[in-house]
Design a protein around this ligand. Sequence first.
Ligand SMILES: [Cu+2]
Length: 480
Amino acid sequence: MRRGTFIAGGFALAGGAMVVQALPPLAARAAASDVVDVSLTATPLTFAPFPGISFQGLAYNGSIPGPLLRIRYGQRLRARYVNRTGEPSTIHWHGMILPNAMDGVPDVTQVPVADSGAFVYEYTPDPPGTRWYHSHAGHQTLLGLFGMIVVEDPRDERADQDIALVFHDVPKPASVEAALAGTSTAPMVDPLGSPELLAMSPDDRMGDEIAYAAHCINGASYPKASPIVVQVGQRVRLRILNANVTQTRYVRLAGHVLRVTHADGNPLAQPVNVEALRVGVAERYDAWVEFTKPGAWLLQGLSADPMAFEQAVVVHTPGMEHATPQGSPSALEGVRYFTYELAGLAQAVGAWPAGGRIDVSRSYVLGGGQWASDRWTMNGSAWPNTEKIAVRRGDRVEVRFTNKTDMHHPMHLHGHVFEIVEINGHALRHPLFKDTSLVDPNGGTMTWRFSATSPAGRWLLHCHNDIHMMDGMMTEVDYA
Ligand SMILES: [Cu+2]
């Protein structure tokens, strides 16, 4: 058996700062016997991305984010996980269709890995695209246990550079406890003009917000983040992950149009040109940028947080490293940003429900989250008492959400790719293939469809806002 080469590039350390690296040339599809061996060890880490910030976090292989894993579609991944976090832990492979026992959910798909213990995750990553991995135990993701995994698709168009960008933030630990109890006083910091802010009435008391002390891309804060150097004429592919566990992130590269080709790693029916990305918690987007002239620009995460400027990296052409980079305003008014409706060509007139065979249908009302409450609910119940979805192999399944809260919920299904077919009563002419999607607040609806063709087992369906998940907004899809 020939062993594939593990390319640890992407987050290599250089002078203490993370640098982004180019993708090596895409090889032909590997033989199925190829195995990529990686080792991931989780340990405590003191993370100091910005002066005055010293965060007691957790890290895979000593870095936040963990190493960028790149694998060719068809190769097999064998990841040996060593847990030195001091508590039971697992690794979840977000967006993968894989054997249930490899899905990494404590007490649901596996006995959690004890402290000082080890576990080997082995599977053939599928489908191809931009995905990620993170702990599924407690709030370890919030502490730093996350990283990107790219499954290179040999059918993709070639990029001159292929750059992985993980947007993440450093929490204030006290605010996490308060948020779980529903008594946090941390403010919302979504950009002016964002649907997150527009959903709120002036007297809303949230209680579930986490306060963040620092904002990073690939482990570094501006201006410490190493710049990305591009050549005039290059077409660059950005792979963007929002690893913040509670906040939607808006991403913009000043002076440039983003051509979005993939959502959660899955190809769109047709590319969409936007000025900004709207990236919900745990979502990924692939966006292409063409550089047609010399210059220096900021690639930024936009928010109303006074420290939001930290979440930026300079992109420049050779010789422009000392130029003042062009930035973007933090507000979203008048900005064309990515939406599911845009990419899916939502029908202006309600064409719902669409046809097609449905074997299992389930509706959930998303609720809870009152001030001083530690309950976020699905049909009035919190995990583990939520209504489950029982399926048989081959079933076509429809899941419909009605969101009675005033927050967006990034709902995530393990082990499947679903299609978004309906949003707020509008059918999508091009259903979006995703594993996580934001459900609109204040009565917003969304309908997913998927085929029960994944390996048998118990597959979680939950809100990926870690506070909401830990406070109960979680259920599961069970194969008979
Ligand atoms: Cu939620």
